[in-house]
Design a protein around this ligand. Structure first.
Ligand SMILES: C[S@@+](CC[C@H](N)C(=O)[O-])C[C@H]1O[C@@H](n2cnc3c(N)ncnc32)[C@H](O)[C@@H]1O
Length: 246
């Protein structure tokens, strides 16, 4: 699962019993050698989609980590590219990899940006870190930060079929995480199965987005041949009609 340059089992265990923020600080120097970094085929598939929809002006990667999504934004945005994450360690790695981007340390549940600042927002591999009750704040912040007509897009895992080992792996992982969080503080929130399209789509709609989704081709398949990822496109209305908080 991990390359020889990835974290040891001991390092992973220490990370798993830390907070999300501190856990990623610890993991940061080796993060790019773990499967937690968004895979190249997912990034490439998103790049292809966004190239067809772009070009865009200013771009924002929410929960940017070491900058996987910033690389995509740098290809499709003609304006500024900003990454936001609450882990100082992850941001330090990202800054080294993408010196031309802007890096902001902040909690995605309270994005600190001015209204109407970017045209495109993305997020990769991070929505499972938010409890369902926390998603509305994240989506409201992204909506506020986007200019009218702006796009928030991400790839999310389609539910694995029961016949696939990943179905049982995510079931076991989430169960283990719930036990861990029941008996240990600080919590480490990462639940695969809480983050499914109907609920995410409803939260995006409630935040003011118009949501469409499709299967994302070219980003990997489950053993039964079905696409592993869904593409979510959440568009902010071009005219807000006085909607508050937008
Ligand atoms: C699995 S990593 C994904 C990193 C990168 N987007 C990628 O695809 O490789 C999740 C990232 O989300 C960040 N994160 C989690 N919760 C966050 C929060 N509430 N605010 C800001 N960043 C957060 C973590 O620090 C970490 O860098």
């Amino acid at each position: 699962m991990f390359s020889p340059r990835g974290p040891s089992l001991r390092e992973l265990s220490v990370q798993a019993f830390s907070s999300v923020e501190h856990g990623y600080d610890l993991l940061a120097p080796k993060f790019d050698h773990t499967p937690f970094r968004t895979a190249a085929d997912v990034l490439d598939a998103m790049l292809e989609v966004l190239t067809g929809l772009g070009p865009f002006g200013d771009g924002l990667d929410v929960c940017c980590g070491t900058g996987a999504g910033v690389g995509v934004l740098e290809s499709v945005c003609r304006g500024s590219v900003t990454g936001v994450d609450f882990s100082a360690g992850m941001l330090a790695q990202a800054r080294t990899a993408h010196p031309d981007a802007t890096w902001v340390r902040a909690d995605a549940r309270a994005l600190p940006f001015a209204r109407h600042r970017v045209d495109l927002a993305v997020t990769f591999g991070a929505l499972g870190h938010f409890l369902p009750s926390e998603r509305p704040a994240v989506f409201a912040g992204v909506h506020r930060t986007l200019r009218p007509g702006g796009l928030f897009t991400f790839a999310m895992e389609a539910p694995p079929p029961r016949s696939d080992a990943w179905y049982w792996a995510t079931l076991g992982f989430d169960a283990g995480m719930r036990i861990r969080n029941a008996v240990w503080r600080p919590p480490f929130v990462m639940y695969y199965r809480d983050c499914r399209l109907p609920a995410v789509s409803a939260d995006l709609t409630a935040a003011g987005f118009t949501v469409t989704s499709a299967e994302l081709d070219g980003a990997g398949r489950y053993r039964d041949g079905s696409n592993r990822y869904l593409l979510v496109l959440a568009r902010k209305l071009a005219h807000e009609n006085g909607r508050s908080g937008s």
